[in-house]
Design a protein around this ligand. Structure first.
Ligand code: 4GS
Length: 223
């Protein structure tokens, strides 16, 4: 998969996209990413990418033309162009699965007060990462890239990938423990040392249901 970020702040990307699992995905040839800066597609002396809103009001808006040119410079047949914005549909596990099957994502990061309404013509889809307002779409774009990339086959170990599917089943993960067996007097549940895999699986199922009911009752209501 290739992910192109359309951003005025490309310097924000390498520390996230070239570390840990994303770096491994790139090394394995499963993920490639790049940045394209709308500022490089301006023709005026000051490389202007934003302007004041017609009709007045606070803040600046991103202009449509530099964004259009930046997107066109990386867009191919079959590319999916997504704009990150609080006005989009909320990004979730389902959307991550769907996008993980795409060959080329173009994630467009807004900045300033917003974008010219006519930029809507440039996007296939608009996604939000939650009901709050950030200073830019760069963190949302990287969040989407991370969640999508880990679902690309081969990026993470199979066992981990299937564990994540527990989200799709509507339950949180079951509680897990590693060494030490006793920590500050808190013991690991005895059953996990029983060697009885059927019993352990049953315990985990119940524990996952209990955890979901306690921490995320909304997930149960939705199911
Ligand atoms: C989000 C969000 C966001 C909105 C970008 C104001 C700068 C900012 N993008 N999910 N202009 N929440 N974008 O807050 O995606």
């Amino acid at each position: 998969m290739k992910i192109d970020f359309v951003t005025l702040f490309p310097a924000m990307f390498p520390s996230v996209m070239d570390a840990s699992m994303m770096a491994r995905a790139k090394d394995k040839g499963l993920l490639d990413w790049g940045c394209v800066n709308p500022r490089d597609f301006t023709e005026d002396k000051h490389h202007k990418v934003d302007d004041r809103p017609f009709g007045g009001g606070p803040g600046m808006l991103m202009m449509v033309e530099p964004l259009d040119k930046a997107i066109k410079s990386v867009r191919k047949k079959g590319s999916k162009v997504i704009f990150l914005s609080p006005q989009g549909k909320t990004f979730d596990d389902k959307a991550a699965m769907r996008l993980s099957r795409e060959k080329h994502l173009i994630l467009v990061c807004g900045h300033y007060e917003g974008v010219d309404e006519r930029t809507a013509d440039l996007f296939d889809e608009e996604l939000s990462v939650g009901d709050f307002v950030l200073t830019g779409g760069e963190l949302p774009a990287m969040l989407v890239a991370d969640a999508v990339a880990r679902l690309v086959p081969g990026v993470i170990k199979k066992e981990d990938a299937t564990a994540s599917e527990s989200f799709a089943t509507g339950l949180l993960d079951f509680p897990q423990y590693t060494r030490p067996r006793v920590w500050r007097g808190r013991e690991v549940p005895e059953i996990l040392f029983s060697g009885d895999h059927a019993k352990i699986a049953a315990w985990r199922k119940t524990a996952a249901a209990k955890a979901t009911k306690r921490k995320r009752p909304d997930l149960i209501e939705r199911a």
